[in-house]
Design a protein around this ligand. Structure first.
Ligand SMILES: [Zn+2]
Length: 52
């Protein structure tokens, strides 16, 4: 599963792969790993709001 997010390192909107096992997002461009958003509501929206 992937989502589009602005990567602070790429300074561009890129595809992130969601690593649910590690609860991390992995930038497909620079391979930077980020934790999910600290706010569960925001994380939920990132993960699921755009899918519906
Ligand atoms: Zn990146």
């Amino acid at each position: 599963m992937t989502i589009q997010l602005s990567c602070p390192w790429c300074t561009d909107e890129v595809t992130f792969t969601i690593d649910e096992a590690d609860e991390e997002l992995v930038c497909s461009n620079c391979s930077t790993r980020m934790d999910f958003a600290p706010d569960p509501g925001v994380t939920y929206e990132l993960l699921y709001a755009s899918v519906a």
